[in-house]
Design a protein. Structure first.
Ligand code: NAP
Ligand code: SF4
Length: 711
């Protein structure tokens, strides 16, 4: 097996002029990968039911068409004990082989390779049959595992081998053995769970025996002409996790046992360090991958928070990894690879690492999709077919709902005019993008602006539409995406009209500024964002960015540096880490302001935030010294501060310089006619204009696409 380990790709007539390292083929000896880009494993929810395999095939086929060299399926358990959820996807029988063949055949039509991931969940399983190295319950499953006997372990090794053999029969090009993120093999590899004293426990030689036995058995069962990937936990990020020397020992033993490509896993699911949310800087962990690569001879794949071609190219060019695995970026854009290959980086629909429609759905047991691409996992259902008869379509409002509607309508061949009252597109995303750690939101605005231009949408900025104008223009369809305005407390709370009181929109657009002590009214997603914005001492302030910077779609703020981010979260900056699991004591943070974050309801603040990212926001405001106040009644705002009645019925003055109101939004619907009032055009109401409560970008973008496929 050979892999390019040189920094400069060999120049050939086919060398890619944009990203030469990413598009250099990789020769594995018995087969060749056409480029260095791999779609990592994601549980979509389609793999668990045989009747969804047609949809699963369409999902993979779309990405194969998009040019990716290799893809890895969601986790398939080798046996019942290894299920993540009851009755999860399996590869145990002839019937399984037939179902999976639908998927492998679809992918192979497009010169892409498909790898089946074998994942045994161990103690992360959500069912009563769970097993692990030691009987220690995980914090993320209610079921206490049984300790595996030696017989159980030996049988499980055979189950892996049988699954791999069946995977080969089903047409897969290889398997990935999931050995990271805290799943079963990782539970054996690390002292965090493995307290055994037998041959599968003790020092690293014993703890890695199970994983090594699995690889040997899979290689023996599947033969030499079969790709075996191993997803190795290069940094556990949990107490008693492995140190770097141990990780290297495991990597070498796995190479020896027959692994073809080593993949990177970062952190256990139970780790209290974020590893993939949007506030993690891009490529934050790549140097741990690079360290392993120095010690093995097989290709090494980098992963985690890599979402754009420049980052990926730099990693391969620097020799830090041979290949790049991205998962969510392929949900966001199935054609990411071909766009990069053709130098159309600006047209990539970038994954903003929000988790809202992918990982959060998985945890809610719902089918995954993507906030910025509602077609993901709905390839056979949300189809952007060419319109039989192009129509004249007006979209009113250039927030994400309106841009999504205009985009899909134009893709379908309609003649689209998009009206926006402000001088920029993006709507509420323009507020989100200035929150430190949400820099990726700039990318979505950039994507839509470029797509609308490319598709010839007539974008009219600074244009406030009225009903007369709409009637005169004779549109066939009018899509009202006028969005929301922040809920004002003027007239409802004494003093809410004082100059030091402002909406989050006034703060985040740079219209108003705050003093050193601030009260934030409302602890929803935006109250949290604003508290993070006001206390973070990294990221650019609006003064630094300037109003023009905010409007320029090519502008990107500097994200937090990787080393600062690691210090804040207690991750070692020493790559040859001696600390177990790569954890060190977090640096104490000096917030730049004192902030009070308040809500009227009782209970924990932020309990309504999203499952997979909410804990990061809660931890963030805690470490930034935000004082959290629940169960208050707001009495009045004066020049001294804000008077509240606390949960015990006592009146209190919080002495603050400024008050920021984050009390939700109200829909703007004035352009929506009453039924029967607009006979010449069909009107459609979408996004925040349709429903301000529970407004979120996921619904807004999907609303836009769904209305546009119906016209
Ligand atoms: P929200 O989640 O509905 O929160 C509004 C907050 O304002 C609540 O805490 C509510 O709490 C308070 N409130 C409502 N009416 C009030 C009134 N009349 N007076 C005083 N307080 C009042 O809305 P949001 O924070 O504006 O977020 C909007 C949407 O954006 C969310 O649904 C979310 O989907 C999305 N978002 C999410 C994130 C994230 O996950 N990080 C970030 C930004 C936005 P009490 O009634 O208890 O006081
Ligand atoms: Fe990325 Fe968010 Fe889409 Fe998931 S939902 S793929 S995190 S943009």
């Amino acid at each position: 097996m050979t892999a390019s380990r040189t920094a400069a790709p060999i120049e050939t007539a086919t060398t890619n002029e944009h990203y030469p390292h990413l598009f250099e083929p990789l020769d594995l000896g018995f087969t060749t990968l056409k480029n260095r880009l791999v779609m990592g494993s994601m549980h979509t929810g389609l793999e668990d039911r045989f009747y969804n395999y047609g949809k699963l095939a369409a999902y993979f086929e779309e990405r194969a068409k998009g040019g990716v060299a290799m893809m890895i399926t969601g986790g398939i358990s080798p046996n019942r004990e290894g299920w993540l959820l009851p009755a999860g996807g399996t590869m145990n029988t002839k019937a399984d082989v037939i179902n999976h063949q639908r998927v492998t055949r679809a992918v192979h039509k497009h010169d892409s390779k498909l790898i089946m991931q074998i994942l045994h969940s161990g103690r992360y399983g959500y069912h009563p049959f769970v097993l692990s190295s030691s009987p220690i319950k995980s914090p993320i499953s209610p079921f206490k595992p049984r300790k595996m006997s030696i017989k159980n372990i030996e049988q499980t090794v055979k189950d892996y081998a049988r699954s791999a053999k069946l995977a080969k029969q089903a047409g897969y090009d290889g398997v990935e053995i999931m050995g990271s993120e805290g799943y079963l093999l990782n539970q054996f590899l690390s002292r965090h769970v493995n307290k055994r004293k037998d041959i599968y426990g003790g020092d690293i030689e014993g703890r890695m025996k199970f994983a090594v036995d699995v690889v040997k058995a899979v290689r023996a069962a599947a033969g030499e002409d079969f790709i075996i990937l191993f997803r190795l936990s290069v940094i556990d990020l949990v107490k008693d996790g492995n140190v770097m020397d141990e990780v290297i020992t495991v990597a070498k033993a796995l190479e020896e046992a027959g692994v073809t490509i080593m993949n990177t896993g970062i952190g256990w699911h139970e780790a209290r360090v974020p590893t993939i949310v949007t506030s993690v800087p891009r490529a934050a962990f790549v140097d741990f991958t690079a360290e392993i690569k120095k010690h093995i001879n097989i290709p090494m794949m980098a992963a985690n928070r890599i979402n754009m071609p420049e980052t990926a190219e730099e990693i391969v060019a620097n020799g830090q990894a041979d290949m790049i695995q991205m998962a969510r970026p392929f949900l966001a854009d199935a054609h990411w690879v071909n766009k990069a290959k053709n130098g159309q980086t600006d047209r990539i629909n970038t994954c903003i690492a929000c988790n809202q429609a992918c990982l959060d759905h998985t945890f809610e047991n719902k089918r995954s999709t993507c906030l910025v691409n509602p077609q993901a996992c709905y390839e056979t259902e949300l189809v952007y077919k060419k319109a039989k008869k192009p129509k004249k379509v007006a979209v009113i409002g250039g927030g994400v709902a309106g841009m999504s509607a205009a985009h899909v309508a134009a893709l379908r061949g309609h003649e689209v005019t998009l009206f926006e009252a402000k001088d920029v597109l993006g709507g509420q995303f323009n507020y989100a993008k200035v929150i430190p750690g949400k820099e990726e939101f700039f990318e979505t605005i950039r994507y839509y602006i470029n797509e609308l231009e490319h598709l010839g949408v007539d974008v009219k900025l600074n244009t406030k539409v009225d009903k007369d104008m709409l009637e005169k223009a004779k549109f066939h369809h009018v899509i009202v995406a006028t969005g929301v305005v922040p809920r004002s407390l003027a007239g409802k709370l004494e003093g809410a009209d004082l100059p030091q009181v402002m909406s989050y929109a006034e703060l985040l657009s740079g219209e108003k500024s705050v003093g050193n002590t601030v009260a934030v009214i409302g602890a929803g997603g935006i109250g949290f964002d604003v508290s993070e914005y006001l206390t973070a001492n990294h990221g650019k302030s609006l003064d630094e960015i300037g109003p023009d910077g905010l409007k320029d779609p090519s502008y990107r703020p500097e994200p937090q540096s990787i080393s600062e981010w690691r210090e804040e979260w207690g991750v070692t900056n020493e790559v040859d880490y001696q600390s177990e699991g790569g954890l060190v004591k977090p640096e104490a943070i000096k917030p730049i302001r004192q902030v009070y974050l308040m809500q009227r309801s009782k209970g924990r603040l932020g309990s309504g935030l999203n499952k997979t990212s909410g804990w990061v926001h809660r931890a963030h405001i805690k470490s930034h010294g935000v004082i959290q106040v629940a169960g208050v009644q707001y009495d009045k705002i004066t020049n001294e501060g804000i008077w509240v009645t606390n949960g015990q019925g006592q009146s209190q003055l919080l002495r603050v310089d400024s008050v920021v109101v984050c009390a939700g939004q109200e829909s703007v619907v004035e352009l929506m006619p009453n039924v029967g009032d607009a006979p010449d055009a069909q009107y459609h109401l979408i996004g925040g204009a349709k429903l301000a409560a529970e407004l979120d970008a996921k619904r807004a973008i999907r609303d836009g696409a769904e209305v546009a496929v119906q016209i």
